[in-house]
Design a protein around this ligand. Structure first.
Ligand code: ADP
Ligand code: MG
Length: 629
């Protein structure tokens, strides 16, 4: 027998489980049952598609079932399944290392604060190792389907594990896995048949396979006036694919438990949508929105949350083909009557049936969300707090559903506290307001203080504050909301709508100054113009309509975008500002040049653009300061 060390991450996880999960040790059973259920799903699927395994059904492949056997006196609990099983390599790979990227990701997010960490762990499910909360010695006997040998994996859940082949009584007669748990002090409470039944009901009632419990049942013997113990085996779960039952038969509790059983989440989902489609295509979908966004939501390697079944047979999970990427936070199942059982991931991508189910599912999810937005604002706010951003990705990427998605996303605004919808902002438009305006390109506080908003404030026009880093890309692709134009206030043409103040004479009068400023700034600017959008500030920079904003350029450069032309914004000058009026009267060109640069540099700073030459800026500032003191 060879002793092997756990991978470092495993030891780390084990430490954490034992130290911070004591509040819910019972979940070890849910985890083990779900592993057995996964193993049975896999084998059921393979034995329908793989000719060799098909031929073993009835001999070394037994009917699917899960058995819990309790030895109360010895405090030993065994959990067996007739699933796919594991050979020696599998045992090492699956129980000795952490293969799941989600787990690694989880470990990297740990804060060291036990309370926070146990919340994290709850969101994500701890898997097999949770058994070490209730045991200091676990033996796993497993025989892989289609193979002859049984291997035994043993561990104390501390340092490492041992693996050896077993024969005779210890060998399994059929494929599958047996987990033998020597319950420790903490685990002793589970050497109790009531407790076990209660936990199975709670977490695993809807597992598609029967779970049997074998235990010593006490029955009152009226003659002897004492209770007799008889060894019995009883089925303890409903073993039905719950999503196949009709909505009217299912309680909220049923839905919530099922959600927890498929996701490992401790928290109730925010809401769920259960649909059965009949007609050309027959299928059932049950979608859940988790209360908290999945940890891998913003990772390229995210896991899809939808399990695909064909006629109740599990086909695959975490496929990314089942819903569009922006709905990657949705959890649940799709069960189709029309797909072939041997459908592969590659085939899925072009499968017509699945594409129709997918299209209909997206429509369904979005329309349900719209319904909630209209009827339960508080609940919708919880949803938006987690998922506004993926919805924006949808606005950008899902053209077919853009109109609906635009109704669903929410925005900060200069007019309301909290968040608002485009529909509400449209309601609030002034009678002569020509468009809905928004500002992008920085943190909320910076945007709210931007000189670009001055004219809108003065006129009482609402501006939406789009402070998410993807907002500019997303909304520059959306020219209209219904009939109404959507305009970014930092684009050069947005203020044309607001023109009415500057008279032609004023424009004539300003021309020479604008030219002087332009001459001073040279190539640093594209143009210098009189502004109609400023009230209190003397200057501001804007970009052309088809150009990324200054801030956006910085982001693109930071992300490694090469070969971008130099930033060449347009500088706008406020003709009504005291400084500009004084400049008009000034004939000293050197002073005008200093002023021109200071007006430009301050406008850049307010946009969050770092100055290229801060030393010259400071020299100039000091020169001007010196003159004014
Ligand atoms: P997860 O189930 O999320 O993959 P676990 O820690 O629960 O993570 O299990 C790790 C792996 O061990 C599983 O993915 C599976 O490959 C294997 N495994 C665990 N239990 C069984 C079982 N009863 N039958 C077959 N394989 C199993
Ligand atoms: Mg598991």
């Amino acid at each position: 027998m060879s002793k092997q060390q756990f991978q470092t991450e495993v030891s780390q996880l084990l430490q954490l489980i034992v130290h911070s999960l004591y509040s819910h040790p019972e979940i070890f059973l849910r985890e083990l049952v779900s592993n057995s259920s996964d193993a049975l799903d896999k084998l059921r699927h393979l034995s329908l598609t793989d000719e060799h395994l098909k031929s073993l059904v009835g001999s070394s492949i037994a009917p699917p079932r899960i058995d819990l056997v309790l030895d109360e006196a010895a405090k030993i609990l065994t959990l067996s399944d007739t699933g796919i099983g594991m050979n020696e390599e599998d045992l090492i790979a699956h129980l000795g290392t952490i293969a799941r990227s989600g787990t690694k990701n989880f470990l990297s997010q740990l804060s060291g604060d036990a309370k926070k960490d146990s919340n994290l762990i709850g969101q994500f499910g701890v898997g097999f190792y949770s058994v070490f909360m209730v045991s200091d010695k676990v033996e796993v006997f497993s025989r892989k389907a289609g193979e002859e040998k049984t291997f035994k994996w043993t561990s104390d859940g501390k340092t490492g594990f041992e693996i050896a082949e077993v024969t005779g009584d210890e060998a399994r007669a059929t494929a599958g896995t047996t987990v033998l748990i020597h319950l420790n002090e903490e685990g002793a409470q589970y050497a109790n048949s009531w407790r076990l039944q209660e936990i199975v009901k709670k977490y695993s009632d809807h597992i598609a396979f029967p779970i049997f419990l074998t235990y010593d049942k006490s029955e009152w013997n009226a003659e002897k006036k004492e209770s007799d113990k008889t060894r019995v085996t009883e089925q303890v779960n409903a073993a039905s694919a719950m999503w196949q039952r009709s909505k009217s038969e299912l309680s909220d509790e049923d839905y919530k438990e099922f959600y927890k059983s498929i996701t490992g989440d401790y928290e109730d989902p925010l809401f769920w949508f259960h649909t059965r489609a009949e007609g050309t295509l027959e299928y059932t979908t049950l979608f859940y929105i988790p209360a908290k966004a999945p940890l891998d939501l913003y990772q390229a390697e995210y896991k899809g949350g939808i399990k695909l079944y064909v006629k109740r047979v599990f086909i695959m999970d975490d496929s990314r083909e089942l819903l569009p990427q922006y709905l990657r936070f949705v959890r649940g199942i799709i069960d189709s009557e029309d797909l072939p059982l041997n459908v592969s991931r590659e085939i899925l991508q072009q499968n017509k049936v699945l594409n129709s189910i997918k299209t209909a599912s997206v429509k369904k999810i979005l329309s349900e969300l719209k319904h909630i937005a209209a009827n339960d604002k508080d609940k919708y706010a919880l949803f938006i707090a987690e998922y506004n951003r993926p919805l924006k990705e949808g606005v950008y990427g899902d053209f077919a559903n853009r109109d609906t998605l635009l109704e669903l996303v929410r925005f900060k605004s200069t007019k309301v506290d909290g968040l608002t919808s485009l529909a509400e902002a449209k309601e609030r438009m002034q009678s002569d307001q020509k468009a809905l305006y928004y500002i992008t390109g920085g943190a909320e506080s910076m945007l709210r203080n931007s000189p670009l908003l001055e004219i809108y404030k003065k006129k009482g026009i609402e501006v939406l504050i789009l402070d998410d880093d993807i907002d500019e890309i997303v909304f520059s692709s959306v020219p209209k909301y219904g009939e109404v134009d959507l305009k970014a206030v930092n684009k050069s043409n947005a203020s044309d709508d607001l023109k009415d103040e500057s008279t032609p004479e004023q424009a004539e009068e300003l021309k020479p100054l604008l030219e002087k400023i332009k001459a001073a700034l040279g190539d640093a600017v594209k143009d210098v113009r009189a502004s109609t959008r400023l009230a209190d500030s003397p200057s501001v920079i804007v970009s052309d309509e088809d150009e990324p904003s200054a801030r956006m350029r910085q982001m693109m450069q930071a992300m490694g975008q090469k070969g971008m032309p130099e930033l060449q914004p347009t500088l706008e000058i406020n003709p009504d500002h005291e400084i500009v009026k004084k400049l008009l009267a000034h004939s000293d060109d050197a002073k005008v040049a200093d002023a021109a640069w200071l007006l430009f540099d301050q406008a850049l700073l307010l946009e969050g653009v770092p100055l290229k030459d801060p030393a010259t800026f400071v020299q100039r500032l000091n020169r001007v300061l010196n003159q004014s003191i």
